[in-house]
Design a protein around this ligand. Sequence first.
Ligand code: SF4
Length: 254
Amino acid sequence: MLIDEVLVKKLEEIEDPGELMAELFRQFGNRAAIGTSGQWSGVALIDMVIRAGITKPNVYTVDTLRLFPETYDLMRELERRYTIKIKKAVPDFNAVSKMVRDHGEMIFFNSKAKQEYCCKIRKVDPNNRILNTLDVWITGVRADQSNSRSQVKRVDIVTHMEENGMERPLLKVTPLINWTEEDVKDYAKKHRVPTHKLLEIERDGWHYASLGCIICTTPIGPHESRRAGRWRWFNYALNDDHKECGLHLPRKYE
Ligand code: SF4
């Protein structure tokens, strides 16, 4: 299947997120996959595509080996509920060992560069190894998550670099880009989609708005920005746009 602007235009005409994903799975089979960390949009995507008739969608998650126990519980619950298998992309053992040997276990407190290095080893590289097997990467990114995410297109052609350094086009699809968090929550409630338990807890206005690894994620207060709870120790210097692990910063394919 040729990945070009003609295809993008055709796909953009499919308004319903479930139908859009179903069309992608029909055209690309297991060369398409939903990548989810178990947050509101990701779980809704799984429900939507199954309702649209794809009973065994290709779904994966990046398991940094430092996730919340509730995240692992949710993945098991999703597998049971939808009778699917969620692939786990894990970090390379030797790369993690080298990182810990060179910099220690808590590398991410030291500097932004070291946090990005840890995210590369534990998240970005495992995700890239999955992308090596794909032509279509479906994600739950939404425009209301940050300014940088509001620039993301619903259907886009981005650059994927294989391990041998060769670059090729990859279709990146964000079916819920224009949905708000409330829209997705309403959908999950209406369709009784299994959701992440931590996202449902709220105490005196404090709640989790975004989830990652245990140590690098805290709840946010009533007047804090969405990603203030991620790598909180950098808040004095960085705004939400610079609080990314690197997964969603692909280059446009030209
Ligand atoms: S979120 Fe923290 S522990 Fe997880 S990969 Fe990034 S820096 Fe490492």
